[in-house]
Design a protein around this ligand. Structure first.
Ligand code: ADP
Ligand code: MG
Length: 581
């Protein structure tokens, strides 16, 4: 059996893990970090950067780098970087490829298969786009796994014989998910999932940036259009400040000038944790609805819950922990790092596929997070309205599942009906997501009211099959909506693979040097003239050594630059560890 890796393809950070004899383990990237920022950039030489280098580039040259593109998965959104146009799938494929290479460097052999996680609340199109991204990166996607399910697996896989109900709250960079999970007799069963795709840590950062700007008489949106560098630098300042506020009561945020530069004389605001809490309270309030919905769907009362698990980097914020504690009347569990647990769970699921001996006896069952159904007509006050949604598989039905419902013809001598398939919770189809349609024809002529059975079958791999049976004749018409169906012709994938492969990248063993150069370029903007000159010489020195491929020169230039940076650059990019409970 091939090795299968587990990948958490996050909005802001991604991670890759595998199942070892000691359990699930993260694989560090070329810089030695467990988390790789989901940021893609293209440098002046037209080479692709992924991760921390791209994040540094984003600060100095916001038009050459992009993050948070997971929010656009499954849409027609595109962006120009350098000379190239990128879809969210292509950008994601570059992140996946970089993680795949980290895994290959770790194992010393090629890796071809992966379990990739998505927010539970991702719809069919977003899931399809994720599979496509995997394929473009050269990965066979064994399973798309819901992130909170992955987190529950990471916490539950070695205590599967216990009986308990677990609630997982996952607040990441851009999405919020909540799942109610039941663990019993070696089975991990998701009872209900709910969430929001536009709620995450990045919203806290944006609000912080907007309020600080306001204190200096500026409007966020306007400033963003006029001075993008100011905003990208300020966002980075606010990101750091937000993290500091997780540990301390107050912090100072400096506002860069129009070129995005910071100095000792920069304008600044002091922000207290209390102030930050007031500013972001309206964001935090939005976690309550999905929680209520998930508990309701799972028919679980607060008193039934045995464990509360917090997942996602944004749950490191004390205000989130406090709110969760308040809502559930208990303190959350935090044995594992909240930003690593999803990748670890994906690795356990990968281990289940590969029949890894350490996870042999865990059965995982999930639910369909949305309602699936068809368009239907209703007569209202003598008028026919054709835009009503008729649910067939209700949200939070355990999958795999198969449900059937009967419809009938409206007119005499009607020989066919159009089956239009939708996903969502709206009463009307326009509020739901269109998935596909087909015609069920061959209905015998006759009076109105000829019956047709519509069967929906939804399997663990997210393939929806819809079948219409004409009751009178037993004729069957089948329509398969696979996640591969939309836009994934084999030739298009091949083309995207070729396009992405043609992009120039730096050799992996240069990653550390490239990152240092990017970090140096950002620091450069902040330094007084004399130090700038020194730093400029050091950057040129390392760039030349890299150009000449001279190992000794690379090493000495790198060490010099690194100690210079460590002396002047106060920014702490290291991930702190999470306290044990
Ligand atoms: P995703 O999986 O969506 O990429 P993560 O789970 O990695 O997200 O969480 C990323 C989010 O967590 C970011 O918005 C980041 O700012 C936030 N975050 C990480 N660490 C902290 C911290 N110590 N305090 C506050 N927010 C944090
Ligand atoms: Mg995440």
């Amino acid at each position: 059996m091939d090795r299968i890796i587990g990948i958490d393809l996050g909005t802001t950070f991604s991670a890759v893990a595998y199942m070892s004899d000691e359990g699930a383990q993260l694989i560090p990237n070329a810089l030695g970090d467990a988390l790789t920022p989901s940021v893609v950039g293209i440098d002046a030489d037209g080479r692709i950067l992924v991760g921390r280098s791209a994040k540094e580039l984003q600060v100095t040259q916001p038009d050459r780098s992009i993050g948070v593109f997971k929010r656009y998965m499954g849409t027609d959104w595109k962006i120009e970087l350098g000379q190239h146009s990128f879809t969210p799938e292509k950008l994601s494929s570059l992140v996946l490829k970089s993680l795949k290479q980290d895994a290959e460097a770790h194992f010393g052999e090629p890796v071809q298969s992966a379990v990739i996680t998505v927010p539970a609340y991702f719809n069919e199109h977003q899931r399809k786009a994720t599979i496509r991204a995997g394929e473009i990166a050269g990965l066979k996607v064994q399973r798309i796994l819901n992130e909170p399910t992955a987190a529950a697996i990471a916490y539950g896989w070695h205590s599967a014989d216990e009986e308990k109900i677990i609630v997982v709250l996952d607040l990441g960079g851009g999405t919020f998910d909540v799942s109610v999970v039941e663990l019993f007799e070696g089975t991990l069963e998701v009872r209900a999932s709910s969430g929001e795709t536009f709620l995450g840590g990045e919203d806290f950062t944006s609000t912080l940036a907007a309020r600080v700007l306001e204190q200096h008489g500026m409007v966020f949106e306007q400033t963003e259009t006029r001075h993008p560098q100011l905003i990208s630098r300020l966002r980075q300042e606010c990101e750091q400040a937000k993290r500091r506020l997780s540990k301390q009561e107050e912090t100072i945020i400096r506002v860069p000038n129009e070129k995005g530069e910071l100095s000792e004389n920069s304008r600044a605001s002091t922000v207290t944790r209390e102030q930050f809490q007031k500013w972001t309270n309206h964001i935090l309030n939005r976690i309550e609805m999905p929680i209520r919905r998930a508990l309701g769907d799972a028919k679980v009362k607060l008193g039934d819950i045995d464990e509360l698990i917090l997942v996602g980097g944004a749950t490191r914020m004390p205000i989130v922990i406090e709110r969760a504690t308040e809502l559930f009347g208990r303190s959350p569990k935090s044995r594992l790092n909240p930003d690593e647990v999803v990748a670890l769970g994906a690795a356990v699921q990968a281990g289940l596929f590969a029949r890894d001996k350490s996870v042999e006896d865990l059965v995982v069952t999930d639910v369909s997070p949305f309602t699936l159904g068809i368009a239907t007509s209703r007569e209202l006050a003598g008028e026919l309205q054709t835009n009503f949604f008729m649910p067939i598989i209700n949200r939070n039905t355990p999958i795999p599942t198969s449900r059937v419902d009967r419809v009938s013809t409206l007119h005499a001598n009607q020989t066919s009906i159009d089956v239009k398939i939708y996903q969502g919770e709206g009463r009307k189809i326009e509020d739901n997501l269109f998935l596909g349609e087909f015609k069920a024809s061959g209905i015998p002529r006759g009076a109105a009211g000829q019956e047709v059975d519509i069967r929906f079958t939804y399997d663990l791999n997210g393939v929806l099959e819809v079948e219409a049976t004409i009751v009178a004749t037993k004729k069957r018409i089948t329509h398969v909506i696979t996640r591969h169906a939309k836009g994934l012709s084999a030739s298009e994938v091949t083309q995207a693979v070729a396009e992405m492969a043609a992009l120039k990248t730096h050799p992996r063993d240069e990653a550390v040097n490239r990152f240092l150069i990017r970090r140096a370029e950002r620091l450069y903007q902040e330094l007084p003239l004399t130090e700038r000159r020194i730093l400029d010489n050091m950057i040129v020195g390392l760039e030349e050594a890299l150009e000449l491929r001279d190992p000794a020169a690379i090493e000495s230039n790198r060490t010099a630059l690194e100690s210079f940076l460590n002396h002047f650059d106060t920014e702490d990019h290291n991930e702190e560890t999470y306290g044990d409970d």
